[in-house]
Structure formats: C-alpha cells, structure tokens
Design a protein around this ligand. Structure first.
Ligand code: FES
Length: 135
C-alpha cells in the first residue's frame, strides 16, 4: 500500500539514480523481452526482501521470476499468485539470460529492469517498507 502511494516519486528517484549510477546497458537483459510482455505489468508486488539474490543462471533455460512477492521459492514463482483467495494481480515474469553466469535478481519487486536488480532496493521508500524477510 505504501509503495503504491509513493510510486510516482519512487520512479522519479529511480530514474535520477540510474542516470547518475549507471546506464541500462550495464544491466543484464532478458532475452525474451521482445517476445513476451510479462515484464511490462503496471503494478509491482510487495517487498519480499530489501536486497537482491545472487544466483547462477543458465543460458537458454527459461525461468519465472516472482513479481507478486508472495512466492515461498524466492526469487522464483511457486504458483502462489494462482490462489484466488489472495487476489494477487501480478503474474510471474518469464525470462532467459544471454550467458551462463551469476546474476543479481531483484527481491524487493520494485525494480525497473525486471527481473534483475537495478538498485531500487537502496531507495528510502524500499528500505523503510515492510518486507516479508525480517531485516
Ligand atoms: S532487490 Fe529490487 S532493485 Fe535490488
């Protein structure tokens, strides 16, 4: 709820920090970005953790990154969003990586480079939000 209310401010803050810190070319790319639209969903999920998760991903393998923040298999989807009782709007983001290597996947669910961490978790609004993982 708090994240949603401050989203416009958060997005502006992110654009500024991205301009100062790096270019989007520094971040990995979802190979499927041109073929699918799941990364374009308008809303973000709840903050699961206030830091990213480092994991080795394989090129050519398809992954489903949890956007809703409710999966018990973070940072990946476990199907929790299908529970109609929870009324979750977000769907997982299907992605594939260009090379087999280590990647930082977003766990705050507020990144603008889904599913990869873009540093948004460092913003005040994320750091002050309630997360599933206790800090
Ligand atoms: S963990 Fe979400 S942007 Fe870094």
């Amino acid at each position: 709820m708090l994240i949603r209310a401050f989203r416009p401010l958060l997005q502006q803050q992110i654009k500024i920090s991205l301009c100062l810190a790096s270019t989007s070319s520094d971040l990995p790319k979802n190979v499927l970005e041109d073929k699918i639209t799941s990364h374009l969903q308008k809303s973000n999920g709840t903050v699961y953790d206030k830091k990213p998760f480092k994991i080795t991903l394989e090129a050519g393998k398809k992954y489903f990154w949890c956007l809703c923040g409710k999966s018990k298999a973070q940072p990946f989807c476990d199907g929790t969003h299908n529970n109609t009782f929870l009324k979750i709007k977000q769907r997982p983001v299907k992605f594939e990586v260009e090379a087999t290597k280590d990647y930082w996947l977003c766990q705050c669910k507020q990144t603008n480079m889904r599913p990869f961490c873009d540093g948004t978790h460092k913003t005040k609004i994320v750091q002050e939000a309630t997360s599933t993982v206790r800090q």
